[in-house]
Design a protein around this ligand. Structure first.
Ligand code: ADP
Length: 403
């Protein structure tokens, strides 16, 4: 079975093609036959397409930023030239789309119908940077491939069973009825990592209390009990919760009122500041990238040090809240760019939770672990580093839905 996975964002579109056996889902992730990354940020009139197969990596300049045209050129590389891996596009069995916001409507992967498209469109005000790009991706495939089965896999779905007290904001209740509530995000990654973690430590997921720390450009935690997300740090939007690369995470909402009243901020000014100019970038004044912050710290840059300290402080305090929600902790999982690569973050977090009997094997922590348990042998809590693989998780959900 040939499954194309599309992950369309506002500035890039990542895709990959998996060939899955039709009788049994492999227990470990397969490598894609073909991967493509469409970068729409190169210039106003150009886009850059990078295509990778098991034999070749190729860069192609596209003379248009039009999503439809760019997607067509990207799909053309599946069936022609030295990146060809399919005889014809009609050989594709399913196209799976990552969709950031599924609102309250979707608690699992869903076949895309006109109704589903309408819902994704209706949810645009809640995910203005993502849902329009997903719709464009879905429509581009529809126009190019006709009636191929398309499936939406939602980042909100995994959190759809959170208890009401974790869902509702303490503001007048009618706002909850109008959709102002906590949804949570990064669900595909949190769920995938929870399943991988249970496999690695060879225990049933249903018996475990886990916290997954997805620390990339966007950062969030999920508290997972019996395989279900019962609390998470992102809320109505992906801005709530932890400090992130360029996002502030949670701050006193009265700051916004103050800026609106006293500094003539507009809604757009607030949006720009909180989403693009805050977080690690805003505090360090240097970059949102932790690698650059680490290098600057080594050169004695104090604002870089402060950015890291703040990041860790907010991570630890939010972890404390998640542990309390779970009423204990068996497994702590680190994933995504920072979680997988920044040993210093894992070490500092772990040292703060020593009082719970959590102990790292420092040698393992420092040896670029991947899909590995890095807890010391006498630790009461297992600590895992897991490479998140959202594309594979989406392909598996598509496979299950059509079986
Ligand atoms: P996204 O959320 O966009 O998918 P990633 O999961 O790829 O992002 O994470 C990107 C971030 O991971 C970078 O901005 C950087 O801060 C961090 N990162 C990546 N590699 C390293 C590394 N070797 N050491 C520390 N941080 C890293």
């Amino acid at each position: 079975m040939k499954i194309l996975v599309l992950n369309a964002g506002s500035s890039s579109q990542k895709s990959c093609l998996y060939q899955l056996p039709s009788d049994l889902l492999p227990a470990t992730p397969l490598h894609p036959l073909w991967e493509a990354n469409l970068d729409l940020t190169v210039s106003r009139d150009n886009a850059k397409l990078t295509v990778k197969t098991q034999k070749i990596t190729k860069e192609i300049r596209l003379s248009s930023q039009d999503t439809q045209a760019a997607t067509a050129q990207m799909l053309e590389t599946l069936v022609s030239g030295d990146t060809k891996v399919l005889e014809q596009l009609s050989d594709l069995d399913v196209v799976g789309h990552r969709v950031v916001h599924g609102g309250t409507e979707y608690s699992q992967a869903t076949k895309i119908t006109p109704n589903v498209k309408e819902t994704i469109s209706r949810l645009i005000p809640l995910a203005p940077n993502h849902n329009p790009a997903h719709l464009q991706g879905i429509e581009a495939v529809e126009n190019l491939l006709g009636d191929v089965t398309q499936i939406a896999v939602f980042d909100t779905a995994f959190h759809s069973q959170m208890p009401l007290e974790a869902v509702i904001y303490p503001i007048p209740y009618h706002w909850y009825e109008q959709g102002i509530r906590r949804y949570g995000f990064h669900g595909i990654s949190h769920q995938y990592c929870a399943h991988q973690a249970a496999q690695i430590i060879n225990q049933p997921l249903a018996s475990l209390k886990l916290i997954t720390c997805h620390l990339g450009n966007g950062c969030s935690l999920a508290a997972i009990k019996n395989g279900v997300s019962i609390n998470t740090t992102m809320g109505f939007t992906p801005l709530e919760g932890l400090m992130m690369g360029t996002r502030s995470g949670s701050i006193d909402p009265a700051i916004l009122i103050y800026l609106l009243r006293e500094h003539n901020f507009s809604a757009d000014d607030l949006d720009q500041m909180l989403n693009k100019e805050s977080g690690i970038k805003g505090i360090s004044g240097l970059s949102s990238d932790l690698r650059i912050i680490r290098d600057a710290i080594a050169e004695g840059n104090q604002r870089a040090q402060l950015a890291l300290d703040l990041f860790i402080h907010r991570l630890i305090t939010n972890l404390g809240a998640m542990i309390a929600s779970l009423g204990g902790l068996d497994v702590l999982v680190f994933t995504a760019g920072i979680g997988e690569n920044a040993a210093i973050v894992r070490e500092r977090v772990a040292s703060q939770f020593e009082f719970l009997g959590l102990k790292l094997d420092l040698a393992k922590n420092n040896s670029s672990p991947q899909d590995e348990n890095i807890a010391a042998s006498d630790s009461k809590i297992q600590v895992l580093v897991i490479h998140t693989n959202e594309d594979w998780a989406i392909a598996c959900k598509c496979w299950r839905l059509i079986h």
